[in-house]
Ligand binder design. Structure first.
Ligand SMILES: [Zn+2]
Length: 325
C-alpha cells in the first residue's frame, strides 16, 4: 500500500527534527539536523529533503509515494500558508515561498504552518486534545507559543497570526515584552520573567535556591527553581505561585473569549505543573465567568517534543480530528 507514510518537520531553536509518521500518528523514525547548519532557506530545503528521502527509503518508499511532507516553522506564515514571512531568531528568512520550493525539490505534496499551531494540531489529533471541540494549546518556554482550534479547525485569522496568546496584554503597566509592548503574558511567564524573579529571590536570602544554583555552577534555570521549590524553598514556591497566577489571568481571558473545552499546557516549563497548578486553577475560578470556568479542563500536553512532528503530519492529512482519509 502506498501513500501511508507522512514526513513531519519541526524547525526548533537548536535542531530541525524530521520524523516519519505512521497513519496512526506514531513517529516510527526521526532524525535531528543542527539548526545552525541548515538555517538558511536554500540549505534548509536541501537538508530536509535529503532527510525525508532517507526516511522514505527506510520503509521502501520515495518522496513521491509519501502522503506528503508537513513543516512547522518558528514564525508567522501567510494566510494561504505559502510564504514564511520571517522566523524568530533565525536570520535570512524573509518572505520565503517554502512550500513551493519543497514541492519542486521533493515532487510530493508539502504544507507549511507555524510551529505552535502544529503543536496544537498534534495534541488535538493524538494527544491531550483528543475529543475536544475547542482548545488552546500553550507552549511554555523562552517564549509562550499558542495554537487555537475552534469547532475542530485550526484558526489562522486575517493574516495568519491568530493564537499568539503570549502577547495578550494581562497588565499594561507590567514588564516590557520582547515584542515591544508592555505586560504581555510572555513578559510575565516566559523563562526570562521566571529567571528575573529567581535572581531577585537569590539576592533576598539563603536556602535551597541559593545552594542549588551554586551546585549548578551558578546557573539559575527554571529546573533549578522547581527543584528548590520542591525542597521547600519558600521564595521559589512564591515564584511558581506568581507564575500560576499570571498564567491563570491569561487562561481566564481565553476561557471567557473562546469558551474552549480544553486548555493544554506544554513546553519544558510545564514540567513544574504541581508547583503552579493550584494557583493557576484558583485564579481561573476567581477570574473567568462561571460557565466558561466550569466547562474548561486545563491539562498537560501529552506528546512532548513529538507534538510538532505529529502536527505537521496532521496538517498534510488536512483532517478534522486528524484521522487520515
Ligand atoms: Zn509581547
Amino acid at each position: 500500500m502506498t501513500r501511508r507514510w507522512t514526513v513531519g518537520v519541526d524547525f526548533g531553536a537548536t535542531n530541525v527534527k524530521v520524523g516519519l509518521v505512521s497513519p496512526t500518528g506514531h513517529v516510527a523514525a526521526a532524525q535531528a539536523l543542527e539548526s545552525r547548519d541548515v538555517g538558511r532557506p536554500g540549505r534548509f530545503v536541501e537538508a530536509v529533503s535529503e532527510a525525508a528521502e532517507r526516511l522514505a527509503r527506510s520503509v521502501g518508499e520515495r518522496p513521491a509515494t509519501l502522503r506528503g511532507v508537513g513543516v512547522g516553522v518558528p514564525g508567522p506564515v501567510d494566510v494561504r500558508r505559502e510564504v514564511v514571512e520571517f522566523l524568530v531568531n533565525v536570520p535570512g528568512w524573509r518572505r520565503v515561498p517554502l512550500r513551493r520550493w519543497l514541492e519542486r525539490r521533493l515532487r510530493c505534496r508539502c504544507a507549511v504552518d507555524n510551529d505552535a499551531n502544529l503543536a496544537a494540531l498534534g495534541e488535538f489529533a493524538f494527544g491531550a486534545g483528543r475529543g475536544a471541540r475547542g482548545l488552546v494549546c500553550l507552549t511554555l518556554g523562552t517564549g509562550v507559543g499558542g495554537g487555537l482550534i475552534l469547532d475542530g479547525s485550526l484558526v489562522h485569522g486575517a493574516s495568519g497570526s491568530a493564537g499568539e496568546v503570549g502577547h495578550m496584554v494581562i497588565d499594561p503597566r507590567g514588564p516590557r515584552c520582547g515584542c515591544g509592548a508592555r505586560g504581555c503574558l510572555e513578559a510575565h511567564v516566559g523563562t526570562a520573567a521566571l529567571l528575573r524573579m529567581g535572581r531577585q529571590a537569590l539576592r533576598e536570602g539563603a536556602g535551597p535556591l541559593r545552594r542549588l544554583t551554586r551546585e549548578a555552577g551558578g546557573r539559575l534555570t527554571p529546573a533549578v527553581l522547581s527543584r528548590a521549590a520542591r525542597l521547600g524553598d519558600a521564595r521559589a514556591q512564591r515564584i511558581w505561585a506568581a507564575f500560576g497566577h499570571w498564567l491563570g489571568i491569561g487562561v481566564a481571558n481565553l476561557a471567557n473569549l473562546l469558551n474552549p473545552d480544553r486548555v493544554i499546557l506544554g513546553g519544558g516549563v510545564a514540567g513544574a505543573w504541581s508547583l503552579f497548578y493550584p494557583s493557576l486553577s484558583g485564579t481561573v475560578r476567581a477570574q473567568a465567568l462561571a460557565t466558561a470556568a466550569r466547562s474548561v479542563r486545563i491539562v498537560r500536553a501529552r506528546l512532548g517534543t513529538r507534538a510538532g512532528i505529529v502536527g505537521a503530519a496532521v496538517l498534510i492529512w488536512g483532517a478534522k480530528g486528524g484521522k487520515p482519509a
